[in-house]
Each structure stands twice: as structure tokens, then as C-alpha cells.
Design a binder for this molecule. Structure first.
Ligand SMILES: Nc1ncnc2c1ncn2[C@@H]1O[C@H](COP(=O)(O)OP(=O)(O)OP(=O)(O)O)[C@@H](O)[C@H]1O
Length: 770
């Protein structure tokens, strides 16, 4: 193909069709294949028509040709459709079309990626994310054949893409080749003259259902791009909107073990719910038995899953009694299912919910007390046997700075992985970025701290999730459960946010299947969202332990967030991956599923500097209100968050003093709070640890500055600094990736922006505002 000419009506449709934004969709992929000449026919959503002549293609909408504006791509001189990978080609085309639309509307609001070269009629477009690092550019002539077109009264109606490449050039001297462009100009009158007859002809054949792919056009259909937010769609509405990978996941056979990997906002939870529904409905229509289990990491997220289920398919599988119904669904947390299988009831007051702020604070206090006791009573006798590294580390680090590291070690290494006995803990390889334990003696000392902590839990008669899970593991591997399993086991198990579970817990799921030799289990995971090395350990475990049966599916299109927000989140992950060998950049190469309509509401991602903490806190609420108005959002669509607990307190105090209508998230994914905020018109406030699993139009992250992100505290040891840095990347990524349209980070000027953002500043992904 020598050229492609797209009129302004077709441009509008291409940028607003959701399924034309990503090659993960059938329509998006076929559009690119068609433009590359790899396929001869395509049908899809949209109401523009494709016309061909011997050298090129015209994407047209009805109307007089002289009243329209056109983008002409010279395929021969530019190679626009063949220079980069398919996904990047589609992104480049979409960015180009958005530029055309903006230019024709007379707007002057160009982004740094749209460079209007002064003193020339050229524009250089950098359509790919800076994070791609390719430097790919598209050269546009805004006034091709200027004089001639002026004479014909067609001035300003054409934009011409004449070149693409990876290197700069002199736009002053460069001349666009016009050979193909001339052919387009000459052909346009006859293309548009023939249009009404073609439309009539197509409609006639459409009615007679004789199309069979004979016509090379995009089928006339109502655009399907307007999605109601908040998962308010039924299963039937969802299916045609899914990407190829999403559909593959939803419709895979029930017995297929699947590991779904995708970054924040790619639709993991949504499609896991859809898969569960799909399986249940199919079993019901096939009159087969299907007892399904959907496991959520906490009670708070369980409620949100139930609410989505009610919308997606309101026929109440989850209300049926699994004992008497052939098809049923149980939505539960792992701790309650274990307690249930153990025939034990654990009262709310006895249970330490690790996703709740009060539990975490309480555990932290117990651990700090245990460390203080161990330092006073045991350290002296242990010290001669400890490795030099661990001894000096413990000696030099304040108790308060040790708490997080011990908490992480206990939850991952002692309880989360090895089981209770010390011997099993000794076998664990040390965490790469955690407590620097080297020898058995080091482990012995850590274990003594653990025992003290455990004793305090016993004293107050409380269990944490790990206690329940460990007891269950013992009882599930017994002849009694093996017999009960065929009656009480499940035919399908879905596990959402698998990165939040630990290794013990992951092992447990396999005991719950009805058939011990089958693994009809689907896990959804984004390892970068787990704090510390947990995500890495979990994904390693899932690969090695279940790898034989499991297939991995990857999602690459982010639907939640604007391109700018995705780019900033990606730069936070890239910076983590640069520093830590086991930190996974799960957003690498991600595309945005945003349409031009979504983009209308997007705001630039900014870092705003305030003079001090008080001003910053005040600014957070001010910006929340301003962004609310700009993005037409209600208060409950706004989240103010931070990574430092003391800042959270300042934000709460300010809100209380000024009577700001807010509600505070005090456990992870607390959907009940979000619901009440929606009802009462309140804004949400919460620590970054509690915002995972939620999404908001606007997110303001407060205190993203040096000393606070990562938190430096009083400690000077390399180990604790590394740990703090690692988890700061996880938390900042989770916080930023909650945002749809607007994301602003605030900091104090004297401290300067957090180092984690330096890559983002270098690549101009963040606008600095004072
Ligand atoms: N194919 C699609 N078309 C349009 N919107 C989609 C599609 N798939 C998912 N979404 C939307 O994207 C948003 C994010 O989806 P979801 O919460 O399931 O992502 P996730 O991967 O679980 O995110 P996180 O890891 O942050 O919890 C939701 O608003 C959902 O409705």
C-alpha cells in the first residue's frame, strides 16, 4: 500500500472506539494487519467505510469531500505501519489521530510529545511512551502543497505523514515527498462521489445477509465504547468487550489450571469473576455438578466481590447451599474456609486480620516489645555466636526500625513458609532484602523474638491467619479429609490477588479440590503489588510448584488509567527493577485502553511542592476539590493517600478541624467504606497499604519526598535502608495505579521529590509545580 487517507469523521471514530485502542482486541489487531496489507478484509465496530484504489486506502465517512479534513499517510516514505511492533504501531497511529483531532479543533495545548517546530510547518510526534526508550518519531507536514491547495480553497485541510524514524533531522531543510499525496488529492472527489452508492449497496446486502466478508469495510454498528464504570455490566454485556487474552481466560475449560499475570488495572479481578460466572452458568446449562470457590485475601474484599457478582449475574449462585445444590458458589477468605473445615468458629475478637490497620499496629507493638525484651535479656548470650553481619546490624539498628523487618521475616519466613518448627525455618534461604540472617545462630536469635511475640498473642487469646492456616494444613493432610474431600471439595477454585498470600497458604488450596489429582485452580497475580519480597516469592512458588499443570496468561492492556498515569507507575516499577534483582516491572510494555472520550477527563500528572507539612496537607484537600471539578467527579471518586503514618494523622486532624467530609480506610480494599462514601458524598483517605484493589478518578499522594519515601527513620544500616526502599516502590506503585484520570504527588520543597521519581522527572513524565 502506498498511502492511507483518513477523513476527520473516521479519525473521530478511530480514537473513540474502545476496541481499536489495543492489539489485544480483535478489532485493534485487524486494523493494524489491514493497514499493513497482511489481511484483505476487516470488519469491526464503527461507521466509516474503507475504499480502495490500486495504490491505497481511504477511510471515509459520508459528506462533501471539500468540507472535510484529512490525514494522509505516505506509507512508502514513512513506513508508519511497519517500523515498530504491532502494539506500538497501533499506539503510534492512535497518538497521531489524536494530534490531528486536536490540531483541527484549533487547540494550542500540545504535549511535550507533540513538538511544533518553530519557523516551519512541521510537527514531530513522539508517540510511544518515554519508558519504551525507543525515541521513535513521526514527522508531519502541516501545509503540504500550500500554494496549490490555497488556490483550490483547500488550505489547512490536509496533514501529511511523510517520515518516521529513531533519529533527529533538520526540519528546516527537510522536504516532504509529495508524489503519493498528489495522487490522493486527485482521487478524493471520485471516492466521495461514489460513497452514497456504496453505502446503499452495502446496506442492501447487509439486509440480505449476503456479506460473508466480501466487502472491505468496517461494519456499521453502534459504538460499544461507552462502558459504565464500576463493573455495572452483566456477563453478556462484558463478553464482547473483552480482549482476546481476557476472553481466553474467561472461557478456558474449567479443568485448566491457570496463572493470570497482569499489572494493576488490566482487569484481573473483573475477568476472574467473569470466569467463575461463565463456569457456573455453563455447568447449570449442561446439568453438571459445579461447586465453585472464590477466595479473597480479606473479608473487606469479599464484600466487593459479592457486590460485583450480583451485578454480573444476579441469579444468586452464592446464596445456594453447597450441600444441597448441584451448582453453587462460595465466596470466602482463606481463614474462614480453614476454620470451617476445622469445624471451629473463630470469633471476630479472637482473630488478627493482617489487612487491618489496628491489627498491624498491634502486631507491630508486640514485635517491638519482643525485640526490646530479646535485646535486654538474650542478646548478650547470643552475641558471641551470631555472624558479624547480623550482630552489628542488630546492635546498630534502633528497635523501632527493626519492627518492619522482623514483621516481614516472621510473616514470610517463619510462619508464612516454613511452618512453625525452628528446624524448618533453618532450611529457608534468607530473604535478599530483609533481615541479614546468615547462620543458624542468627536464625535462633530471630526465632527467640518470634517466640516472645507468639507468647503475647497467646496471652491475649488471639490467632492470626497463619495460626489458622497452619492448623488446617495439619488436618487436611489426613485420611479423614481425604475421605470427606469427594463430598466437600470444590470443582473450581478462583484465587484473587494471589500475591497477598504466603507460601503456606498457596499450598493449602490444592487440598480443597474435589479430585486430588486435578488442579482446576485459577490464580490472579501482580507481584509488584505485594509489599517486600512476598510477591516475588509467591510468583516463584506458583511457577515452580504448580508449573507442570499451569498455563500462564498475561494481560498487557491497562483499562483503568490514563496513559500518563500508566507511564508514571511504570517508571516507579522500572526504578525498582533497576535497584533490586528480584523486583518485577509488571507494567513493562503495557498499552492503555483509554479512548479519546476517557482522555477528555484526564489531567496532567504533577508533582507539587509545598513550603511545609501544614501547607502540603491543606493543599491536598484544595487540589482534591479542584481536580474533582475538572474531572466532573463526585467526592467518593477522590482518594487522598500517603505512605507515612504520621502524615495520615495530620491529614485526619486537618479534615476533622476543617470539617472536611471524609471517611478513612482502615483495612485493605475496604469496599464497605467506599460504598458508604458514595452514599454520603464523602472523600476517601487512607494509608497506601489499604488502597489496593480499589480505584478512583483522582488520587493525591501526599509526602512523596526525600526522607519519607522511602522512609529513612533513624537507621543507618544498609539492610534496613534497602528494605524500606523496596517496599516504598511497591507502595507508591499501588497508590499511583489506583488513579483513572488525575494523579498528583505532593512534597515539601526543602526535602525535594523522592529519589524514586528521578527517572520520571528525567523523562518528563511529571510536571513540577511550585
Ligand atoms: N475489556 C475491558 N474493557 C473495558 N474496561 C475494562 C476491561 N477489562 C477491565 N476493565 C476495567 O478496568 C478496571 C480495572 O479492572 P480490575 O479492577 O479488574 O483490574 P485488576 O487487574 O484486578 O487491578 P488491580 O490489580 O489494581 O486490582 C475496571 O474498572 C474494569 O471495569
Amino acid at each position: 500500500m502506498k498511502y492511507v487517507c483518513i477523513d476527520d469523521g473516521a479519525v473521530r471514530e478511530l480514537i473513540s472506539g474502545r476496541e481499536l485502542q489495543s492489539v489485544d482486541f480483535e478489532d485493534g489487531r485487524r486494523l493494524i494487519e489491514r493497514l499493513q496489507g497482511r489481511t484483505q478484509v476487516f470488519k469491526g465496530t464503527g461507521s466509516f467505510l474503507v475504499n480502495l484504489d490500486k495504490d491505497g486506502m481511504y477511510l471515509t465517512t459520508p459528506g462533501k469531500w471539500k468540507d472535510k479534513k484529512y490525514l494522509v499517510v505516505d506509507c512508502e516514505s514513512s513506513n508508519l505501519f511497519s517500523s515498530v511492533r504491532d502494539a506500538e504501531t497501533l499506539t503510534s497511529l492512535q497518538k497521531l489521530l489524536r494530534f490531528c483531532s486536536k490540531f483541527w479543533s484549533g487547540s494550542n495545548a500540545y504535549t511535550p510529545a507533540e513538538k511544533m517546530i518553530a519557523g516551519t510547518s512541521k510537527t514531530i510526534l513522539f508517540p510511544l511512551p518515554f519508558s519504551s526508550g525507543t525515541g521513535f518519531r513521526v514527522a508531519i507536514e502541516r501545509e503540504p502543497m500550500k500554494e496549490r491547495l490555497e488556490r483550490r480553497d483547500l488550505s489547512g485541510n490536509f496533514l501529511l505523514v511523510y517520515k518516521t524514524g529513531f533519529d533527529g533531522a533538520n526540519s528546516f531543510t527537510e522536504e516532504a515527498s509529495l508524489q503519493n499525496f498528489r495522487k490522493v488529492i486527485e482521487a478524493l472527489p471520485s471516492v466521495y462521489d461514489a460513497l452514497p452508492r456504496r453505502i446503499e449497496f452495502i446496506n442492501e446486502h447487509e439486509q440480505n445477509k449476503t456479506r460473508n466478508g466480501v466487502f472491505d469495510e468496517l461494519k456499521i454498528a453502534a459504538p460499544r465504547n461507552q462502558l459504565p464504570r464500576g463493573n455495572m455490566l452483566t456477563l453478556g454485556d462484558w463478553l464482547p468487550r473483552l480482549t482476546k487474552q481476557q476472553r481466553q481466560f474467561v472461557q478456558a475449560p474449567v479443568e485448566q489450571a491457570l496463572r493470570l499475570v497482569g499489572a494493576a488495572g488490566t482487569g484481573k479481578t473483573t475477568t476472574l469473576i467473569l470466569r467463575t460466572m461463565f463456569i457456573l452458568l455453563k455447568a447449570e446449562s449442561d446439568k453438571q455438578q459445579m461447586r465453585a470457590l472464590f477466595v479473597t485475601p480479606s473479608e473487606a474484599t469479599r464484600k466487593s466481590i459479592l457486590e460485583s457478582l450480583q451485578v454480573i449475574n444476579p441469579n444468586g449462585f452464592w446464596e445456594r447451599d453447597p450441600k444441597s445444590s448441584a451448582v453453587s458458589l462460595t465466596v470466602t477468605t482463606l481463614a474462614s474456609i480453614c476454620a470451617d473445615k476445622l469445624n471451629q468458629t473463630i470469633q471476630e475478637t479472637e482473630f488478627v486480620d493482617r489487612d487491618a490497620q489496628d491489627s498491624k499496629v498491634m502486631q507491630g507493638l508486640y514485635i517491638e516489645q519482643a525485640i526490646a525484651e530479646a535485646r535486654a535479656n538474650d542478646f548478650k548470650s547470643h552475641a558471641p555466636h551470631l555472624s558479624d553481619k547480623f550482630r552489628s546490624f542488630f546492635d546498630e539498628t534502633e528497635n523501632t526500625d527493626l519492627v518492619d523487618l522482623f514483621q516481614h521475616e516472621i510473616s514470610m519466613q517463619i510462619k508464612g513458609r516454613a511452618g512453625d518448627p525452628f528446624d524448618a525455618y533453618k532450611e529457608c534461604p534468607p530473604l535478599k532484602y530483609g533481615l541479614p540472617v546468615e547462620t543458624d545462630a542468627d536464625r535462633g536469635f530471630v526465632f527467640s523474638v518470634f517466640r516472645k511475640y507468639q507468647r503475647q498473642l497467646v496471652d491475649v487469646a488471639q490467632f492470626d491467619t497463619d495460626d489458622v492456616v497452619l492448623s488446617a494444613t495439619g488436618q487436611l493432610d489426613t485420611p479423614i479429609w481425604r475421605r470427606r474431600r469427594s463430598l466437600e471439595g470444590y470443582d473450581f477454585i478462583a484465587i484473587d490477588e494471589a500475591h497477598l498470600f504466603n507460601i503456606n497458604e498457596l499450598h493449602l488450596f490444592h487440598y480443597f479440590t474435589r479430585d486430588p489429582s486435578a488442579a482446576p485452580i485459577s490464580f490472579a497475580i501482580d507481584q509488584a503489588q505485594a509489599v517486600g519480597e512476598r510477591g516475588w516469592e509467591v510468583s516463584k512458588e506458583l511457577e515452580s510448584n504448580h508449573g507442570r499443570q499451569e498455563e500462564e496468561l498475561n494481560y498487557g492492556t491497562v483499562f483503568r488509567s490514563s496513559t500518563q498515569i500508566i507511564e508514571l507507575s511504570a517508571s516507579i516499577l522500572a526504578s525498582g527493577a533497576n535497584l533490586f534483582s528480584n523486583f518485577k516491572d509488571t507494567l513493562k510494555g503495557a498499552q492503555s485502553g483509554f479512548t479519546s472520550d476517557d482522555e477528555r477527563r484526564t489531567q496532567p500528572v504533577r508533582f507539587i511542592e509545598a513550603v511545609d507539612d501544614d501547607t502540603m496537607v491543606e493543599l491536598a484537600f484544595k487540589r482534591a476539590a479542584e481536580l474533582g471539578a475538572l474531572t466532573e467527579s463526585s467526592p467518593s471518586d477522590i482518594l487522598i493517600t500517603c505512605l507515612a503514618p504520621d502524615l495520615l494523622q495530620s491529614l485526619k486532624d486537618y479534615a476533622a478541624k476543617r470539617r472536611k467530609p471524609i471517611t478513612v480506610l482502615d483495612r485493605r480494599g475496604d469496599y464497605a467504606k467506599v460504598r458508604s462514601a458514595q452514599r454520603d458524598g464523602l472523600m476517601l483517605l487512607g494509608h497506601a497499604d489499604y488502597v489496593g484493589g480499589l480505584e478512583f478518578n483522582i488520587v493525591i499522594v501526599v509526602g512523596v519526598d526525600k526522607g519519607r519515601v522511602p522512609y529513612e527513620g533513624s537507621s543507618t544500616t544498609k539492610e534496613s535502608r534497602n528494605f524500606m526502599r523496596y517496599i516504598a516502590h511497591n507502595r507508591l506503585y499501588v497508590a499511583c495505579s489506583r488513579a483513572r484520570f488525575a494523579l498528583e504527588l505532593l512534597g515539601v520543597k526543602a526535602r525535594g521529590p523522592s529519589d524514586i521519581l528521578s527517572g520520571a522527572f528525567t523523562k518528563n513524565l511529571l510536571e513540577l509545580v511550585e
